[in-house]
Design a protein. Structure first.
Lengths: 180, 65
């Protein structure tokens, strides 16, 4: 096994262990409840269902586009990794924006400020990572966008989600006065 | 169709949408959507709302002839 493969395998195992650890930490914090049941009310669950459907449909559409591009052997100005990164992030963005616009993104017991803080930190960190890649010349190699575009992709995704959320919250605050 | 009976019952109890939502365990937007007629709640939620507002299902959710 080459050094690259060993490093890759090690990284993969570490990420898996981290995912399991985070899951159990959250499960413990939620008092042994592993699922998100109870976090969203019935209307929100219904709307999230339709957002999940749109997300799954987007993935299927992307799969079809990907197969078409592979079949046609289209030479795109981006690497396969970059294409996968974009195709991975796009449906997540669709899901998030759909949920936010229908008031089904933030659960009834969730902390909005905490979410905005974490999202903001992610945006800032990813902007710095993007700048680092651009300065090092690792963003575009041989005229092709590399899979390092995941960093600006994440920054854009979280920025869009946060901006949509803040705009929507402002609209809701204005509406709540009229509804009472 | 707007649920004015529920809105009136809530106002009668001097509750805001947020207060009613908290008592029923749902979001404020869900209460707003029910009152506007944009969302049809399940029987379970209807019962919770009725209990909080001290009304029967008929009084709040049965459509008028």
């Amino acid at each position: 096994m080459s050094d690259y493969q060993t490093g890759y395998l090690l990284g993969f195992v570490v990420v898996l262990v981290l995912i399991v650890a985070v899951y159990f930490i959250f499960r413990k914090r939620r008092g042994g409840q592993g699922s998100m049941k109870g976090e969203y009310d019935e209307r929100q669950q219904l709307l999230r269902g339709s957002a999940y459907k749109a997300c799954a449909f987007s993935y299927m559409l992307e799969m079809a586009i990907l197969l078409f591009l592979e079949g046609m052997q289209v030479d795109l100005p981006l690497t396969r990794g970059a294409l996968y990164a974009i195709f991975f992030l796009l449906p997540i963005g669709i899901f998030a924006v759909m949920c936010i616009r229908k008031d089904a993104y933030i659960g009834i017991r969730s902390n909005l400020k905490q979410f905005i803080t974490i999202g903001g930190i992610i945006v800032i960190v990813e902007i710095f990572v993007t700048i680092r890649y651009c300065v090092a010349g690792e963003m575009i190699v041989n005229g092709k966008l590399t899979d390092n575009c995941l960093a600006p992709g994440l920054a854009i995704l979280f920025f869009v989600v946060l901006a949509t959320l803040l705009i929507h919250e402002r609209q809701l605050a204005a509406e709540s006065g009229e509804d009472e | 169709m707007k649920n004015l009976k529920m809105k009136a019952a809530r106002a009668g109890k001097d509750l805001s949408q947020q207060q009613l939502a908290d008592l029923c365990g749902v979001s404020r937007q869900t209460i707003s959507a029910i009152e506007k007629g944009d969302y049809n709640p399940t029987v379970s939620l209807c019962i919770r709302i009725c209990k909080v507002l001290g009304k029967s299902l008929d009084e709040l959710f049965w459509p008028e002839e």
